[in-house]
Design a protein around this ligand. Structure first.
Ligand code: NCD
Length: 312
């Protein structure tokens, strides 16, 4: 197998500074406008092949990478691999060598093991995009969240961002933390002690809260997260009713944040568990816009990675 000869991959946000982040957001902004006016340029990825390799369930992420690729004219192949048939390391490398032989240009991978996309990036010639690896990172989610925030609040610095719920198992929380820290905002992580590792307390510009009432005060943005039962053992969370009573985002709690604070959720949403329907469907919710920006951000990522590669 030929080892990588370029570094045009998107494996995580950690280590990226504003100068690496902003160009993705700017290009995504223009793709969002072109998509709205149905004028996406179909020639940008014409003749290029994108393989979507999903070892874990996904609705929005897989579909939006597919739409993003097609909107730019790429040939898109979806491979959904049942988790049960994956035999860790060796199987992934076998898959990598097969995909390498097919000479695809872009490889989008979601995998239950942290580090799987990085491993793959060393083994294939394609540009690899991490679409979520275990509890590690989900970089395109953080970029689409940032774009959504920037469109509404006009900036990404000096904001108070509350991320609530199952922080421990969330790659979305980790990628968002890296991005928002890099851009100069402050992050409040709110959740029960079982779902909020104390190690986060030492991170720069991060404060931990075990009470929604305290953590939400004057926040500019409130992000809710799903409880990731598939990644945890038994006993970490009480009943769903009790969880909602303690950590659910309802109107009364949202009123503690700044007036007009944005309500966000990466999906899939569990209504009545981490967020009340009245909040998810309220005018303050930008959850549907996050999905729209997801396509625009993925168009920008695919486009830029291939450009960075040809420039290398
Ligand atoms: C998230 C994920 O898969 O990490 N979903 C997503 O990509 N929009 C969050 C989740 O599964 O709860």
């Amino acid at each position: 197998m030929t080892p990588q000869r370029h570094s045009a991959h998107l494996l995580g946000i950690e280590g990226m500074g504003p100068q690496a982040i902003i160009p993705f957001l700017d290009l995504a902004e223009s793709y969002a406008l072109l998509s709205r006016s149905r004028q996406a340029p179909h020639n940008v990825l014409r003749g290029r092949t994108l393989i979507n390799l999903f070892f874990e369930d996904s609705t929005r992420t897989r579909t939006s990478f597919e739409i993003a690729g097609k909107r730019l004219g790429a040939d898109v192949i979806n491979m959904t691999v049942a988790t049960s048939s994956v035999n860790k390391g060796e199987t992934l490398l076998d898959t990598a060598s097969t995909l390498n032989a097919m000479r695809c240009d872009l490889l989008v991978i979601r995998h239950a093991q942290s580090g799987a996309p990085a491993l793959l990036s060393q083994k294939v010639e394609a540009s690899v995009v991490n679409a979520g690896d275990g509890m590690h990172e989900h970089p395109t989610q953080a970029l689409l969240d940032a774009l959504t925030i920037r469109r509404h609040l006009g900036r990404l610095d000096n904001l108070e961002i509350a991320i609530c719920g199952d922080i421990a198992h969330s790659r979305v929380a980790r990628s968002n933390l890296h991005l928002l820290q890099a851009m100069g905002s402050r992050i409040r992580l709110i959740g029960p002690p079982t779902l909020l590792p104390s190690a986060f307390a030492s991170a720069k510009n991060v404060t931990l809260y075990h009470s929604m009432e305290e953590g939400l005060k004057d926040a500019d943005v409130v992000m809710c997260l799903r409880i990731q039962r598939e990644r945890m053992g038994a006993g970490l969370v009480p009943s769903e009713r009790e969880y909602f009573a303690l950590f659910g985002l309802d109107q009364r709690r949202l009123a503690l944040a700044k007036p007009g604070a944005l309500v966000m959720h990466p999906g899939p949403m569990n209504r009545g568990v981490e967020v009340a329907s009245t909040v998810a469907d309220s005018p303050q919710s930008v959850i549907s816009e996050q999905v729209e920006m997801g396509v625009a951000v993925r168009m920008a990522v695919l486009d830029r990675l291939l450009r960075m590669r040809s420039a290398a």
